[in-house]
Design a protein around this ligand. Structure first.
Ligand SMILES: [Zn+2]
Length: 422
């Protein structure tokens, strides 16, 4: 199993310059790949469908530009290739199955003006990375111990290729002593610089617990407002937390849009962004990054707590990638929080020898009465309280709590089938 360890780094001004140059060179090579693809597609009269494109080696492009030299780690260029390949693969996976799709703007013009679309109007093709919203990052792989974290005179440094002097690193939590350091991704978020170290651990199978008692089984029902409601009726308190951050984001977003609208245009019609705009944009990016990290932190802590306290965790089988269907179910996934949370629960459970149980997709966790098992077939999505239709039961219970309980019972059944007595 591979785990990521993220740390803040404090490069010197001179190191910052070199890192930013590396990010820029990565983008340059990536864009050369995109341009190369577009030329080839245009020449072949491509009109959507599967892309069969032989991806050239990065030297094809680096030899054309003197500044793409060996002053950069060669992985900077290789990373551009890797990202480009991933973008093509993503396109192929998503769109090759469907008939050709055009961007909305092009579609409108096709309908109204008889516009003839070009390949640039096809949805999902790899796009040019623009400077203003590019990912400022690159990944370098371990070869012959060229990535190391070293301790020197009480300070900690990250050594990566082309930075043999080391970049100062804040080791806020220790690196695990065992495990192999496989790669390092260096990136910039606003004004912050970070490194994510991927560490491989030998996968030793942890034996799962054999005697689980019923009160150590927990069901978690996905909830739109609160992330989840558990089988004790407790909420994650994630929704309120999330909205608080969202509010600040919205406010900044609005202010940026106002500034953009007010900005003057030059003779080519390009927006002349002010310095304050760019400063605020950086602050906005920093806020996005911060909220992302806070959210992740919250999910880490909560999943740690649950997998520590309980021996079996039961969740629903949700297809979180299928957003359209989710909306139909009234499960609005505003971020991928629950997907990430489930992944964390799973690997933390496995690491601790706990059971991670996923209920069958057709298990009626919402419709069933958790007290008598009666099925409420016309339960509507707006019913926040479950009222049992069975005359002898008549249970009234919070909808999500009821579903959480059903998931718990489901888990107990699965464990019993495995020969446990609960
Ligand atoms: Zn009932």
């Amino acid at each position: 199993m591979t785990f990521g360890y993220q740390y803040a780094i404090s490069p010197t001004d001179e190191q910052k310059e070199r890192l930013n140059r590396a990010f820029g060179c990565e983008r340059k090579v990536y864009n050369e790949y995109v341009a190369h693809l577009y030329t080839e597609l245009e020449a072949s009269g491509f009109a959507g469908g599967f892309i069969r494109h032989k991806v050239p080696n990065y030297t094809e492009f680096t030899r054309r530009f003197a500044f793409l030299d060996r002053s950069n780690d060669s992985f900077v260029y290789n990373d551009a290739k890797r990202r480009f390949q991933a973008a093509v693969q993503k396109y192929n996976e998503t769109f090759a199955r469907k008939p050709i799709q055009y961007k909305k703007k092009a579609r409108n013009r096709m309908n109204t003006e008889g516009y003839i679309p070009s390949i640039r109007d096809i949805k999902g093709l790899p796009q040019f990375h623009q400077k203003k919203n590019a990912k400022h990052s690159y990944t370098t792989n371990q070869t012959n111990q060229n990535i190391r974290v070293i301790h020197e005179n009480g300070a900690v440094f990250l050594r990566v290729p082309k930075f043999p002097e080391g970049i100062s690193l804040q080791l806020h939590r220790p690196l695990p002593a065992e495990g192999l350091l496989k790669k390092a991704t260096i990136r910039r978020e606003g004004e912050r610089y970070l490194v994510s170290l991927s560490i491989d651990f030998p996968s030793e199978k942890v034996e799962k617990k054999h005697n689980v008692s019923a009160n150590k089984v927990i069901g978690l029902d996905y909830s739109q407002a609160d992330l989840y409601v558990d089988s004790e009726g407790r909420k994650a308190n994630y929704g309120r937390y999330y909205r608080l951050i969202e509010k600040r984001q919205r406010r900044m977003n609005k202010s940026l849009a106002r500034k953009k609208n007010a900005a003057p245009l030059d003779e080519n019609g390009t927006i002349q962004y002010s310095r304050t705009y760019q400063k605020q944009m950086n602050a906005y990016r920093a806020l996005l990054a911060k909220s992302k990290n806070q959210r992740k932190d919250f999910l880490h802590k909560r999943s740690y707590q649950i997998t520590n306290e309980y021996d079996a965790i039961v969740v629903e089988d949700l297809d979180l990638t299928n957003l359209a269907q989710m909306r139909k179910l009234g499960k609005n996934v505003h971020d991928n929080g629950f997907g990430m949370f489930r992944t964390m629960l799973q690997y933390k459970a496995e690491r601790n020898g706990k059971h991670y149980i996923v209920a069958d997709r057709y298990f009626p966790s919402s419709k069933q009465c958790s007290q008598c098992g009666h099925l409420h077939d016309n339960l509507s999505l707006s019913d926040r309280v479950y009222v049992c239709q069975n005359d002898t039961c008549c249970t009234k219970i919070d909808r999500d709590y009821n579903a959480g309980l059903n998931l718990k019972h489901y888990g107990i059944r699965v464990l019993k089938e495995q020969g446990m007595t609960l």
